[in-house]
Design a protein around this ligand. Sequence first.
Ligand code: PLP
Length: 416
Amino acid sequence: MTNLSPILKQATGVVAERGEGVWLYDESGGKILDFTAGIGVTSTGHCHPKVVAAAQEQVGKLIHGQYTTIMHKPLQQLTERLGEVLPEHLGSVFFANSGSEAAEAALRLARQATGRPNIVVFQGGFHGRTMGAASLTTSGTKVRAGFSPLMGGVVVAPYPNAAYYGWSEEETTDFALRELDTILATQSAPNDTAAFLIEPVLGEGGYVPNNTRFLQGLQERADKHGIVLIIDEVQTGWGRTGEFWGKDHFGVEGDIMMTAKGLASGFPLSGIAARPELMDKAWPGSQGGTYGANAVACAASLATLEVIQEEGLVANSAARGAQLKAGLEAAAAKHPQITDVRGLGLMLANEFRDAEGNYDGATAAAVQQEAARRGLVLLTCGPWGQCVRFIPALVVNESEVDQALGIWNETLDAVL
Ligand code: PLP
């Protein structure tokens, strides 16, 4: 008899037997509202019939065909269909299994293509837990502490996080762009800088949307100096923010885009899309892996794309996101402990502070626990665990958002 490692202690007491849409069911048939979607993964809802059918059909045909050995049909079709949603200039794709591997692939490619060592990342960013990806991550010490020496060549610049600095968006953006220029002049000369790596909305770092002026300033500097702009769309892609890609809110395109989570409704699949002239610089054997672009995962991803398009899930994310944000703001107005409600589309967070104005992870955790007891599963985020976030499947309907808000209000009244 073995025990589950204590590292895998679940944040809520929920034991799920099956899932359907935004609902989880426990063994006794109890219904729980899932506003976590497996950390923003099951965007088409748990076990969408079309995704299930596509995966089941593929399991009977071909489960695995290693992609540097043979081509298989789901990979061929997915590569073609991605052209419908990817920016035209990102015409070359590579697949892996997780967001962390997408970060590794983007990092390798940027260094290969430029021959330069440094990656500039932005404070609070999360890019994964493998050693390369962890080296790029600053969303909290738990991913890095005790693992030194991490990869060298990582330079951290300020993220335009107005809520953190307590300044206006304009002041924060001026500051962040000025600091970036200082970094290029003092720490990481353009000739040594392979890439800027940034999330359109800071995810694990506390659901902080980026802004147009900052991202466009980043793109300008990248273009001017031949630095590769990597946009990490692992959490923000596939409709999560109310646009297909998070970057679409800000009018930037990037040179490499990372994707994972929502692209295969829960099957492990990730990838990068890059300018072909960059991808051409990757030498054989430098990018790859046994399991990337698994045939069942690719079939599920094709079905996911169809569901998103047929059911208008990007528009639903924007509409239900607006409904949810309004409800969260109304709840926050009654509780001074919630000092900010922020995010885009169905990627929303409530930030908690104590009476002295310090970030309050303990209260956020207590609220998460109480919500789960009342039938609503939520996650925390932020370096101090100070945010409680709402990331339901994009199929969530108006009444389900209302039900979640009902439980949220009762929870806040009980805990605060
Ligand atoms: N990048 C971002 C923006 C993420 O949010 C995550 C995971 O939350 C990752 C990368 C890493 O993905 P994974 O956990 O699949 O390795």
